[in-house]
Design a protein around this ligand. Structure first.
Ligand code: FES
Length: 109
């Protein structure tokens, strides 16, 4: 890519690693973002994250071996009153609980 753009490889690398929208490793078809911001954290988002990690057998920052899901954490998605919040692709899932995780993930499997 650097050759095609006629810029140093270090410039491409710095952009690719600075913006969270870019990834140097392949991502899953669906991106799950679990909010760990203060409002969501006090309502139990850590338990939701644990459940998703166990169900998908990955840790946050990882991608399932079938490339269906990538899992990340975020600090706030701007819907604190509905926390704990989980975003899957562009869909918001508010008032998430560990018990709801399985049924929500099933919609994307
Ligand atoms: S802290 Fe989770 S949406 Fe704001």
């Amino acid at each position: 890519m650097a050759k095609g753009l006629d810029i140093p490889l270090t410039k491409v690398y710095s952009v690719a690693t600075f913006f969270k929208a870019f990834s140097l490793v392949p991502r899953g078809r669906h991106l799950i973002s679990v909010c760990l911001g203060t409002a969501c954290h006090v309502r139990g988002s850590d338990k939701v994250l644990d459940k998703i990690e166990r169900d998908l057998c990955i840790k946050h920052g990882g991608t399932t071996t079938d490339q269906k899901f990538s899992l990340e954490t975020v600090n706030c998605v701007g819907a604190c009153a509905l926390g704990p919040m989980v975003m899957i692709d562009d869909e918001y899932h508010g008032q998430m609980t560990a018990e709801k995780v399985e049924s929500v993930l099933a919609k994307y499997a």
